[in-house]
Unconditional design. Structure first.
Length: 257
């Protein structure tokens, strides 16, 4: 009888372990699918995620290979690429109405800031997100994805570190430069009963990323336009006029931010 009880106890432990593993695998695939379903619906661009690994017991996890494509009309292959990142969830909230994310840390993202000095790809992404949530457009296009996008979230800490911005001016034939961005730190997002939706979270983060990219890129943009002015010397009034337009456009772009 004692041996039977021991065997049953061992079998129960094994079943629990297998159950935890199965739920963990389900969560990993569910998060990956959610990002690749809701992301394109909100941004109107390709969103890919190579892998997610989450521990149901600790709530700790890692993401690898996040890619956010560029809006229509922009030439760069992507707007944002993140090789790796980490996150921490509150395990008890996974199956509740509101998912509590203790922290998100995106490490060393590669951000492309493509501009014609009238607008830029990051602001175009933001406009896409805003348009996708107006008047129930998202719900009409994909009801299931829209339902996922409306789930309440709480993000206690959102940190982006070691970001690099690749600045590209289409008006100058794609002349480019790379600059670093100070860390972007957001906290207390969605605290309270109402929480925050994926669309609202995306808007907040994109606004901060664009703002940081413009500020960090200002010197590089100025240097590129100076180089353009130097290259146009001796090439006639039309070329010099083009460089002047670029310089004026730079001033207007920085005023917007």
């Amino acid at each position: 009888m004692k041996k039977l009880i021991i065997r049953l106890a061992i079998a129960l432990v094994v079943l629990v372990i297998l159950g935890v593993i199965a739920v963990g695998i389900f969560l990993d695939s569910a998060v990956k699918k959610g990002v690749e379903t809701v992301g394109p619906m909100l941004t109107k661009v390709e969103v890919k995620l190579d892998s997610v690994s989450l521990s149901l017991l600790s709530g700790a996890g890692k993401i690898k290979g996040l890619l956010v494509g560029n809006p229509s009309g922009y030439k760069s292959p992507s707007a944002i690429q993140v090789a790796s990142g980490s996150l921490s969830l509150q395990p008890s909230s996974v199956f509740s109405d509101k998912l509590v994310i203790k922290s998100i840390n995106l490490q060393g993202p590669e951000i492309t800031f493509e501009t014609d000095l009238k607008g830029n790809n990051l602001s175009a992404l933001l406009k896409n997100v805003e348009a996708s949530t107006e008047g129930g457009t998202a719900a009409q296009s994909d009801p299931k994805a829209a339902k996922k996008a409306q789930r309440k979230l709480q993000v206690d800490d959102f940190l982006i570190t070691g970001a690099k911005v690749h600045v590209s001016i289409t008006s100058l034939g794609g002349k480019s430069a790379t600059v670093t961005v100070p860390e972007i730190h957001l906290s207390g997002l969605g605290q309270g009963p109402d929480g925050i939706t994926a669309a609202e979270l995306t808007k907040v983060v994109l606004r901060e990323v664009e703002k940081a990219a413009v500020q960090a890129s200002s010197t590089a943009l100025a240097d590129l336009t100076k180089d353009a002015s130097g290259l146009t010397k001796g090439l006639g009034t039309s070329a010099s006029g083009a460089a002047e337009k670029v310089s004026k456009g730079l001033g207007g772009l920085l005023k917007k931010n």
